[in-house]
Design a protein around this ligand. Structure first.
Ligand code: NCD
Length: 309
């Protein structure tokens, strides 16, 4: 497989590439601790975010700075770039590629990162394209899962909440298909697994089940991947509520959860995980978010260093 030039979808990564990436991710923690790193000295990352972001943008920018590189950008490209003057994404990307060495792009439209990559002279990293994909989130999710189950036993991953519009869910499902994990999906009817992904799971002969109530499967979960409703992707959200014990952790549900299970969430959370759960040893979402820094450091290094495989 040729070296990765853009990061658009998790489907570009094969098993050995992921293993090599994760080996480097493990070293990044030490690089941050030691400080004073010049691996990406004189390199510039542009962050081009047309949608709100906390973890993704901050961790990408911190990753670049931790590696000795520099960052240009705006936290709200929709309001503060020439998009307000009618400039197309393609033109903006052509221009910014002349000022920087890599562009991290978040955009509300599915396929936006592909469109950007088609005209870009520098690598594009998809930091979320509408309800499409969020590949770097899925990589940090998989890293966190592997870190939690080092024995190599494949955990049963139970996705809860908005399976239809959640791009982190879509990317992680595709990554877990390559790993052959068993998966389950818990959602209200309007937010069920999209048909395209159901077909991909079936074609890959992955064992999966769908539920409308978390109570029916929580005791069998090794990983509970909770999500919020992606209200910004729906025209009418009136019929869709995830509060309540069907899709949120309650004291009673937590008691049924295996003591060795891990609870993950891409964040931000709404009511799915109450704050009293944060001190439970199974709460893994803050460690997961922290891993985002190390995974993005390894990805930036890989994209900007042509000598890495
Ligand atoms: C997610 C996203 O933007 O898709 N957030 C993130 O990057 N960690 C999830 C979400 O917004 O619900």
């Amino acid at each position: 497989m040729s070296p990765i030039r853009h990061v658009l979808s998790v489907q570009q990564f094969n098993g050995p590439q992921i293993d090599r990436l994760f080996a480097r991710v493990r070293e990044m923690r030490g690089i941050v601790r030691r400080g004073q790193c010049s691996i990406l000295q004189n390199r510039i990352m542009a962050s081009l975010f047309y949608e709100p972001s906390t973890r993704t943008r901050f961790s990408f920018e911190a990753a670049m700075l931790r590696l000795g590189g520099q960052v240009v950008g705006t936290e709200n490209a929709a309001a503060f770039s020439s998009a307000t003057k009618g400039e197309t994404l393609e033109d903006t990307v052509r221009i910014i590629g002349g000022y920087s060495d890599v562009i991290v792009l978040r955009h509300p439209e599915r396929g936006a990162a592909q469109r950007a990559a088609a005209v870009s002279r520098v690598p594009i990293i998809n930091a979320g394209d509408g309800d499409g994909e969020h590949p770097t989130q899925a990589l940090l999710d998989l890293y966190t899962i592997q870190e939690s189950f080092p024995s190599g036993v494949l955990p049963h991953v139970v996705f809860v909440g908005d399976i239809k519009y959640g791009r982190t869910v879509h990317s992680l499902i595709r990554l877990l298909i390559t790993q052959k994990n068993r998966m389950s999906f818990v959602s209200p009817e309007p937010l069920r697994l999209p048909d395209a992904l159901r077909a991909e799971l079936t074609q890959a002969r992955i064992t999966f089940d769908e539920y409308t109530n978390l109570r029916d499967v929580i005791q069998h979960a090794d990983v509970l991947y909770m999500t919020r409703v992606q209200k910004e992707r729906m025209a009418d959200t009136s019929g869709v509520v995830l509060d309540g014990s069907d899709y949120s952790l309650t004291q009673e549900l937590v008691e049924r959860l295996d003591i060795a299970a891990v609870v993950m969430h891409p964040l931000p959370r709404n009511a799915e995980i109450p704050t009293w759960f944060d001190k439970d040893s199974r709460a893994s979402y803050f460690r997961q978010a922290q891993n985002g820094l190390y995974v993005r450091m390894a990805l930036l290094e890989k994209l900007l260093n042509p000598f890495l495989g």
